[in-house]
Ligand binder design. Sequence first.
Ligand code: ADP
Ligand code: MG
Length: 147
Amino acid sequence: MITRNEKETIELGKKLGSLLEKGTTVALKGDLAGGKTTFTKGIGEALNIRQVINSPTFTILKIYHGDLPLYHIDAYRLEGNDYDLGISEYEEEGIMVVEWPEYYAQQLPEDYIEVLFTYIDDDSRQIDFICHGEKYKKIIEEMEMTC
Ligand SMILES: Nc1ncnc2c1ncn2[C@@H]1O[C@H](COP(=O)(O)OP(=O)(O)O)[C@@H](O)[C@H]1O
Ligand SMILES: [Mg+2]
């Protein structure tokens, strides 16, 4: 899927967000400035989060409160260190979004949704959905993608 501007990426995030149930992990991979945080803003809109979602690069974890809690992790600065963020017991209660999951040492669940961002040009991004495990197959299909 290609988005042509920031707003379209937010809309796509909102569409995915509206399909998610608590306990879901979404891993956002891909280029710097690929749109991972922008997409998360859309997930936040779907969850009726009123706070502004911004890049958590310097804080690693931000928790937002909407219809469900959103645990927004930017693992870049964890650099693969196995640092306990202290949320494992709450994850089942909300939606966990992990930017830079390749630097997140803690185990992602067996079933999770991967979203891959590719920078095409200043305004366009390619966004692909990849399901890990069977659980979220239907959601990916509803996003009009197959896996
Ligand atoms: N189609 C698009 N989708 C998302 N962001 C876009 C798009 N076109 C331009 N942008 C810009 O690219 C940047 C993406 O930043 P961000 O979402 O923080 O990326 P990341 O979290 O992947 O580093 C923003 O400045 C945004 O305005
Ligand atoms: Mg980001």
